[in-house]
Design a protein. Structure first.
Length: 280
């Protein structure tokens, strides 16, 4: 037997040891390479989205809203913000481990303030505007403010707009609801009476008094009429769609991806519905 075999590892064990060492080296090199690539991807992603990079660095999410539209957003005398949109922004900030900071800006000035970087997101009962999609990034809708059909809770006859044949529908004079009801009745060949009132409160009073069978108005207004009472209810599906969305600058794709991911998850697990229920 050779000296090598007497004093060293058996050849088959020595080969396995070398193979194991090579495998460990390969794994280590692979891990280092993966880390380098991940860091490069992260650096590139942050460069592609300076807004998301700033949020991560400063740990602050800046939100612009017109805090004069309850229940979506209001501000008290002490400067405290509250409302559905405030809860939404706060939940986003908590999800990302940052602080939400709010700016109160008139609705007509929101887009300009976003453009110059005064804040990162507009969360302010903002209707989707397809003409702005080249200049902004929009999230999926989190609320449909379209026109709806409102009826008395004790009236079981109505299931949809089609059930209004021969009935009285109250609307506010000259409103979108007024035009919609006339158009739907014409297109469907329906006979119904449109009771157009100068004030929205007069229209809902007709419904409550039984002088109208239904009322058509936007969903925000309808929820206001139903708040704190159980005498009115929504009937059927919305008659129109007016999605409220969140907006970001076009150089904020990662930020909008995170917003979209959160809304999709909250819609799936019921959290978004809980937020709506809290304020409506």
């Amino acid at each position: 037997m050779s000296r090598r075999r007497r004093t060293g590892w058996p050849l088959h064990l020595a080969g396995r040891s070398r193979l194991r060492a090579l495998l460990w080296i390969a794994v280590a090199c692979g891990a280092v390479l993966f880390l380098v690539l991940a860091l490069r991807l992260l650096r590139g992603a942050l460069q592609r989205d300076p807004t998301w990079a700033r949020i991560q660095h400063d740990r602050v999410l800046r939100v612009g809203m017109d805090a004069s539209f309850p229940p979506f957003g209001v501000v008290d005398e002490q400067g405290g913000f509250s409302g559905l949109d405030v809860d939404l922004a706060t939940a986003l900030a908590e999800r990302w481990g940052v602080q939400a900071r709010f700016s109160n800006v008139g609705f007509d000035g929101l887009y300009d303030a976003l453009k110059i970087g005064k804040f990162d997101l507009i969360i302010s009962a903002l209707p989707y505007d397809r003409t702005m999609t080249r200049d902004l990034l929009y999230s999926p809708s989190y609320f449909n403010a379209g026109q709806v059909l409102l009826a008395r809770s004790d009236d079981q006859r109505l299931r949809s707009f089609d059930d209004l044949e021969g009935k009285v529908v109250a609307v506010e004079l000259g409103s979108e609801a007024h035009q919609l009801v006339r158009r739907l009745a014409r297109d469907k060949g329906m006979r119904l009476e449109v009771s157009a009132q100068r004030e929205a409160e007069q229209a809902v009073a007709l419904l409550r008094q039984g002088q109208a069978d239904a009322l058509v108005c936007d969903r925000v207004t309808a929820y206001g009429y139903m708040r704190g009472t159980d005498d009115l209810c929504l009937v059927g599906e919305p008659l129109t769609d007016e999605p409220y969305v969140i907006a970001a600058r076009p150089d904020s794709p990662l930020l909008m991806e995170q917003v979209t991911e959160a809304l999709d998850e909250w819609r799936g697990n019921g959290m978004l519905e809980e937020m709506l229920g809290r304020w409506f």
